[in-house]
Design a protein around this ligand. Structure first.
Ligand code: NAG
Ligand code: NAG
Ligand code: NAG
Ligand code: NAG
Ligand code: NAG
Length: 392
């Protein structure tokens, strides 16, 4: 009898110790637990998570549930990238207020993104390569610690599109922002150029329009992808990118940029990849660009004129332009040089730059020119083309 009394006292003691340990180790916050349960309920294939069925209400463990990380009983990370998860996220997701690293990328999440408003400790959020179709207007409010945010390749607000989120102005820790192929419409906001730590900005395959804001010139971004905007895309000149001396990658292909490549491009000595394919750029290639030691330079499908310089780039393409020669290093005919000076004074209007191509203005006379019997240009006649003499 004495023995059995000892055993039961021992039992009680053990239970007390276990309770105490559990209390010291901080049981998972019940509200965080509820959000995780709602997360699981929203999935069509929750079994892939390998979370315990009934009876274990302690994802923070020990042992920790798979894909969950905690600190002091609060959920700090959910990592489920590339697991083929299908379903939607719960509305109350932003109650996980201690979340700092979220990896949901490369799954089949669908439906509306819940707001992330007030997730003030969130530093990394990977939501890319899913099928989220709606983003609430207050999604970005109060993301004061966010460093890396990736939403690429989600069909967000497909019908009306959505404007660049103004609330990110308050996210001064932001280093990497990626919102490619997400149906962004309208202009780029000024504040992007002023985010002090912004290093990589990738906004390819949207419907952005307007010019690159002037204060991008003060940014220390290294990667800027603004390529392939639907519906005409970005416009204006490239003058500002000539000031972005930290750039290593600049992708501007598939837009409507006009004017010439600024001479200042020669100052972008860190640049490795430059893609200007498919714009309305014109003029002569500046020697400073030819001298840059690029890995990859794409000038295809513009209205560049004059000679093709000898490029120092390892890989370069320049098809479908209005160069005078088809090979690098060859100069233009004397007459062509005179005509080039003439169109330079008009700032290379696209209507002329697109038509005056090759090294023989008189073979089949270029539009607007008449030639005499000696194949010399005798008349320049360009009525109703809205030409004005241009002084920089
Ligand atoms: C995703 O997972 C599959 C196998 O489950 C693997 O083959 C593939 O490489 C992974 N992709 C990425 C991008 O991690
Ligand atoms: C996502 O769903 C599509 C069908 O809707 C399917 O073809 C694809 O394999 C799924 N991908 C993953 C990662 O589960
Ligand atoms: C996206 O669309 C939804 C539903 O139409 C709308 O409520 C929301 O404000 C839109 N998001 C943004 C960021 O404009
Ligand atoms: C952030 O951008 C830089 C520059 O492109 C890149 O090297 C780095 O891997 C990116 N980090 C993340 C987490 O995507
Ligand atoms: C010339 O400019 C006027 C007014 O800016 C415009 O309406 C017209 O379409 C332009 N014509 C051409 C040929 O560009």
């Amino acid at each position: 009898m004495a023995e059995s009394g000892d055993v039961s006292r021992l039992r009680v003691g053990l239970v007390l110790i276990l309770c105490f340990l559990k209390w010291v180790h901080a049981v998972t916050d019940p509200n965080d637990f509820e959000v995780l349960m709602d997360f699981k309920k929203g999935l069509e294939n929750p079994e892939l998570l390998r979370w315990p069925e009934e009876g274990d209400d302690d994802p923070c463990g020990p042992p920790l549930w798979p894909h969950v990380f905690c600190s002091d009983g609060r959920v700090t990370q959910i990592q489920v990238q590339n697991m083929s998860l299908a379903g939607s996220l719960p509305e109350n997701f932003n109650q996980l207020t201690k979340l700092y690293n979220l990896g949901l990328q490369k799954n089949n999440f669908t439906g509306k993104l819940p707001t992330f408003r007030g997730l003030s400790e969130l530093q990394y959020a990977f939501l890319d390569f899913n099928h989220f179709d709606t983003i609430p207007a207050d999604f970005f409010d109060g993301l004061t610690s966010i460093r890396v945010l990736s939403l690429d390749y989600n069909p967000l607000n497909h019908t009306a599109g959505w404007s660049f989120p103004a609330a990110l102005e308050g996210s001064s820790q932001l280093t990497n922002l990626s919102i490619s192929s997400c149906n962004l419409v309208g202009p780029l906001p000024d504040f992007l150029g002023k985010l002090p730590l912004l290093n990589s900005l990738r906004l390819s395959y949207n419907q952005l329009a307007g010019e690159i804001p002037a204060n991008f010139g003060q940014s220390s971004m290294t990667v800027l992808w603004l390529n392939n905007q639907e519906g005409g895309g970005l416009s204006g000149t490239l003058d500002v990118v000539g000031e972005m001396t930290s750039l290593t990658e600049l992708w501007l292909q598939g837009n409507s940029f006009t004017g010439t490549i600024p001479d200042s491009i020669g100052g972008l000595v860190l640049l490795k990849k430059l893609n200007l394919n498919g714009n309305k750029l014109a003029g002569v290639i500046p020697q400073g660009l030819a001298d840059l030691e690029l890995d990859d330079l794409d000038l295809n499908n513009n209205h560049f004129m004059g000679p093709i310089p000898k490029f120092k780039a390892s890989k370069v393409s320049y098809a479908s332009n209005s160069f005078c020669q088809s090979k690098p290093g060859l100069s233009c005919a004397e007459q062509v040089n005179v005509l080039l000076d003439f169109v330079a004074d008009l700032n290379y209007p696209v209507s002329i730059a697109s038509e005056w191509s090759g090294n023989d203005p008189c073979g089949v006379p270029w539009p607007g020119l008449n030639c005499d019997a000696n194949s010399k240009v005798s008349v320049i006649n360009l009525p109703r083309r809205n030409l004005t003499v241009w002084r920089p």
